[in-house]
Every structure is written in C-alpha cells, then in structure tokens.
Design a protein around this ligand. Structure first.
Ligand SMILES: [Zn+2]
Length: 375
C-alpha cells in the first residue's frame, strides 16, 4: 500500500518547491519522449535503441531541435518538418501526462521509495495504456516486466509494502501479484460466460465479406471494412453465421455454416487459413460474435499492480476499472459510437485504476475502515 509522505515536503520553502517541481517536470518530459518511442516500437517489435528517432512517414532522421518535448510538436504545429505529414497529438499528450504525473507523485510522496515505485509505474503503464488504445494489446514488456520489476523493487525496498526485511517485501509483493492474476483470471472467465456469446440480429439482410484478410460489413446504410486481426483480437473470438446466400471463391454456399476466426475461415466443413482464403461474400440476418471482455494482457497487468502495491491495490483497481469500463461502454452504446462488434480495450481503465490507487488509495481505504467501524 502506498503510504503518504516518507519525507514531508511541507518544510520546503515555496521557491524550492517550484524549482524542484520544474526540474522533475523536465525530467518527466524527457522520459515521456522516450515512452513515445516505446509506444510506437514495442508493438511493432522494433528495437527501441536503433535507429534514432525518425519520421515514420518519410523516414528522415530528426534533428535534435525536432525532438524537444512539447515545444517541437507545438513549433511544427504537429507536422513533420521534412514531409509535412501529420504527427499524432498522442506524442504531446504522453509527454505532458508523464511529466505532470511525476510532479504530482513527488508532491504527494516526497523523496521516498514509494515515489520511485510510482515514477516507474506511471511511465510503464502510460506505455501500456496508449499501446492498448491503438493495438488492443498490452506488451509483455509492460505487464510481465512490471510484475518482475515490482517483485524485485519490493525486495530492495520492503517499506513499499510496510515490511522491514527483504523477504517480507518479496513475500507481500508475490502475494499481491498472485492475487492480481487470480482475481482477474476469475473475472475474465466469468465475464466470458456472461457476455461471451453475443447474437446480433438484424432487421434486414446484411452482407459480410472476407477478402485479403480484411472483413467487411454492409447493412445497406454504412459499409465498414477493417483488417480481420483488428476485428478479432484473440484466438477465442470468432464470427459465426448461416449464410442465407453467398459465395466463397465463386462457389455457392447457400445455407452453409460460416465461421471466421483470426486464423481460419471455415465454410460448411471446408477450411482455409485466413491468409489463403478465397474471397467470401455472404448475406445473413443473424451473426454470433463471441468476444472477450478481457485479454490475457489485462490479467498480467493486474499482476504488475499487485507486485508493486500489494493485493489491496488489486481490489481497488478492479473496482475503479469496472465502474469506468461499464460507464464508458454504456455511453458508447447510448451515443451510438459503438460499431458492430467494436472492441473496447480494458487495459486503459485498469491503468486509471492503478493511478487512482497511487493518489487516493490510502485515503479511500482509511475512510472505508472508519465507515466499517474498524478505527
Ligand atoms: Zn516526414
């Protein structure tokens, strides 16, 4: 559990507070700029060391003055200095978020092992959050790396878990990691039972196409198309329906059962790897779309939280993330933003839950214990 203020900053004069705060902010920006490299390259399995920063569009290496956090993006008005291609505002947001959160952590926890742990968690989890937004995956560098890092850090600084010996820190950290993994595993399994199978029925025939690993959907109003591996993000997810009419590679498949997974197309017992599948066009009125509310990455992310902050943080982060997740999920449906079978990443909510724990966890737990009459 993150306990407040090992070194109270209240003694510092305001000028020192501003100066040190500004220095931490600048270091946070520089770190944030490195996080952006990880956010872009980790999911693409590229080295984060070589090559040096370059435009992802024209490939030209950036000059040092194109690489100044926040300022360069503003000065270039979010465009590449060489080719003019738009540079995502995410770069700006990540730098600003990392720097601001580092300052807030320092203001709350002062110079302490707890603050150091929070610096690491903030940066690592920001990577996870933004990768998950874009790719619907949480890189192992973040989740497994975070869990291992949390256990090692806890052995080095047992005070993080209120322990006094390295064995004590290690033990509580390991318990936290296991609790996090086990709890989310159960939630994921139960969620699969409750929400897993979703049958969508349409008022009139809709047309599904699968061609060159892209899946298309047309309800006569708004045709949509996307890469199959973005529509289906895990092996257990699939689309299943009976084709009223249709063809695969030119052959008629009227009345046959069609099943599309991220790897395989199967039509009436005949199967192809998706990469070699012939073009499929089929009309239907009912599609079953078993989806996963949570991925394995979410389970591993929760282990990292437990490793750094112990099991109470795991429970806290799960409650916060599920409340946020359902509010966001419901509002997406109400406001019509949610596309057919759209995937909503869960990782970002867990990250927000972990951040909420860092800043408010001990206060909330104290309040709760008081209400429950323990104190
Ligand atoms: Zn460029």
């Amino acid at each position: 559990m993150v306990e407040a203020l090992a070194t109270p900053l209240a003694d510092l004069p305001a000028s020192a507070l501003w100066f040190v705060g500004a220095v931490i902010f600048i270091f946070g920006l520089v770190a944030g700029s490195f996080l952006n490299v990880c956010i872009y390259r980790w999911p693409r399995e590229q080295s984060i060391i070589r090559p040096s920063s370059h435009c992802t569009h024209c490939g030209k290496a950036l000059r040092w003055y194109h690489n100044i956090p926040l300022l360069s993006w503003l000065a270039l008005r979010g465009r590449c200095a060489f080719c003019g291609e738009r540079i995502s505002p995410i770069y700006f947001v990540v730098e600003l978020l990392n720097a601001s959160l580092w300052v807030l952590v320092w203001l709350k926890l002062g110079w302490s092992p707890q603050a150091a742990a929070c610096f690491i968690v903030v940066s690592l989890f920001l990577i996870g959050m933004f990768v998950d937004f874009e790719h619907y995956i949480l890189p192992d560098e973040v989740t497994v790396g975070g869990a291992i890092g949390g256990v090692l850090f806890s052995a080095a600084f047992p005070v993080l878990h209120g322990a006094t010996t390295w064995e004590g820190g290690l033990l509580r950290s390991a318990i936290g990691a296991l609790a996090g993994g086990a709890l989310l595993w159960v939630v994921r399994w139960a969620g699969g039972l409750i929400f897993g199978r979703k049958k969508q029925t349409f008022e009139s025939d809709v047309t599904l196409t699968l061609d060159k690993q892209r899946i298309g959907f047309d309800d006569g109003k708004e045709p949509e198309e996307e890469p199959l591996d973005e529509a289906l993000t895990s092996r257990r997810e699939r689309f299943e329906f009976h084709a009223k009419t249709g063809t695969v590679g030119g052959d008629r498949i009227d009345g046959m059962l069609v099943r599309i997974t991220a790897r395989e197309l199967s039509v009436g017992g005949q199967r192809w790897p998706v990469s070699e599948a012939p073009r499929l066009v089929a009309a239907t009125r009912e599609i079953e779309m078993p989806r996963e509310a949570m991925g394995l990455g979410d389970v591993k992310l929760m282990m990292a939280i437990g490793a750094f902050f112990g099991w109470p943080a795991v429970v806290f982060a799960l409650i916060v993330s599920s409340v946020l997740g359902s509010v966001a999920g419901i509002s997406l449906i109400v406001f019509g933003e949610r596309k057919w079978g759209a995937h909503i990443p869960y990782g970002p909510y867990i990250v927000v839950g972990a951040f909420a724990w860092m800043f408010f966890g001990s206060e909330v737990v104290r309040w709760y214990l008081q209400q429950a009459g323990f104190q």
